[in-house]
Design a protein around this ligand. Structure first.
Ligand SMILES: NC(=O)c1ccc[n+]([C@@H]2O[C@H](COP(=O)([O-])OP(=O)(O)OC[C@H]3O[C@@H](n4cnc5c(N)ncnc54)[C@H](O)[C@@H]3O)[C@@H](O)[C@H]2O)c1
Length: 377
């Protein structure tokens, strides 16, 4: 008999679906002591919520997250709502003794993040933040290669996250599906939404960021607010570029925008070391490109590793070598690692504390864009 982890899911949007899929599939592919039970789903619109609950197999629904937290048949709360709600829900969940799986970014800013860390650490509840790109097999593989020392001293880290979906000035801001454009709900624009992913991966692969200098731009200054119908100023950064220094002496270059016509979700990173380099592209997520200067010159060049062998990260749990998995599997992997962490008692990274580091970098980036000077993290 497996031990149950009874899940209370808050939010039924994009992430509500990816996580539910993760909970439903994990035990088919990973051998674990625990099994998630989809106990309750929570959101305010009962009709939509019921459709979601039926589709994914949640046993019950709640319309107020506070009611969900009062229930003693819920072990873990999954926070899949806009960023401005993360702190209040997470702190109340910790006080109610619930484990917490929280979407990224951890919070609106690092002050909020500090309070959230203090709450989970005081309550001693298991916690993790869904920076899911760490769990793309090729990205985990890059981590293993870097940790093995093959790259040698690292000189450069560069990352991009490019989209193009907000270019039209007819697009409203705020409310359903468009909360990302409303600074009151999102906290920031591409910095907290997209660069946060790039920063989480970078800190994981290359260590701490010590200082940053950034520029941001809001290309469309006013938009109709979807909830009020009024034209209001846009408070988010539409684009952000920053330079940084890492503690290991390497230099970083990051760019993100929602105004790169032709790009939908182009997340790429490249790391250059004295002996070797790696690069990765979300659009071809199973491949890790690798260049090794020690190769014989006749055959030296970029090689493209198809990360699908059974000894590659996570892949032994899926099909046979050569066959691919996709985006949704990164969430299955995070559920698997969270359940494993309950068996071992080890934290499931990134914890709230790990994600606070990313929040601090985001804060320094936004501060630098205003101060127009280098800012320490
Ligand atoms: N890990 C990733 O790659 C990734 C991708 C997308 C979004 N996210 C993060 O996930 C979170 C949710 O984003 P999304 O894209 O799923 O948003 P979404 O707009 O698709 O869904 C948001 C959900 O929150 C619900 N909600 C809003 N207010 C609520 C309240 N007071 N009580 C209960 N439910 C409420 C809405 O009904 C909706 O179901 C955000 O923090 C976002 O940054 C992470």
């Amino acid at each position: 008999m497996k031990k149950e982890l009874r899940i209370g899911m808050i939010g039924y949007g994009f992430m509500g679906r990816t996580h539910s899929n993760g909970y439903r599939r994990v035990n088919n592919f990973f051998d674990l002591e625990y099994t998630p039970v989809l106990k309750a789903a929570c959101a305010r619109n009962q009709e939509e919520l019921q459709k979601f609950a039926d589709q994914w197999g949640y046993e019950s629904t709640e319309n107020d997250w506070r009611k969900l937290l009062e229930r003693d048949d819920i072990d873990a709360v999954d926070i899949c709502v806009p960023n401005n709600l993360h702190k209040e829900i997470a702190i109340a969940a910790a006080e109610a003794g619930k484990m917490i799986l929280c979407e990224k970014p951890l919070a609106m800013n690092s002050e909020e993040g500090e309070e959230m860390c203090a709450a989970v650490e005081k309550a001693g509840v298991a916690n993790t933040v869904w920076y899911n790109y760490r769990r793309v097999p090729a990205v985990t593989h890059a981590k293993n290669i870097i940790d093995s020392g093959k790259l040698g001293r690292i000189f450069h880290y560069r990352a991009n996250f490019l989209q193009d979906w907000t270019i039209s000035d007819d697009l409203p801001q705020g409310g359903n599906a468009l909360w990302r454009l409303d600074v009151k709900a999102a906290g920031s624009g591409v910095t907290g939404d997209l660069l946060a992913h790039c920063i989480d991966t970078a800190v994981w692969l290359n260590g701490a960021v010590t200082e940053v200098t950034a520029m941001t731009e809001t290309f469309i200054k006013e938009r109709v607010h979807q909830e009020t119908g009024e034209v209001t100023p846009v408070g988010i950064d539409d684009a952000c570029s920053f330079l940084c220094r890492f503690e290991n002496g390497s230099l970083g270059l990051f760019e993100s925008t929602r105004y790169a016509r032709g790009h939908k979700a182009l997340y790429t990173f490249e790391v250059n070391g004295e002996n070797a380099s790696v690069k990765w592209d979300l659009h071809d997520l199973h491949r890790l490109d690798y260049f090794d200067h020690a190769d014989e010159s006749a055959v030296r060049g970029w090689r493209s590793i198809h990360v699908t062998d059974s000894d590659h990260p996570y892949m032994g749990n899926w099909w046979v070598p050569g066959l691919q998995i996709g985006y949704e599997h990164t969430f299955v992997h995070q559920v698997a690692d969270f359940l494993k962490s309950l068996e071992t008692g080890e934290p499931c990274a990134p914890t709230f504390r790990d994600a606070l580091e990313t929040q601090r970098v985001c804060d320094a980036v936004l501060k630098s864009a205003t101060s127009k000077s280098w800012e320490k993290v």
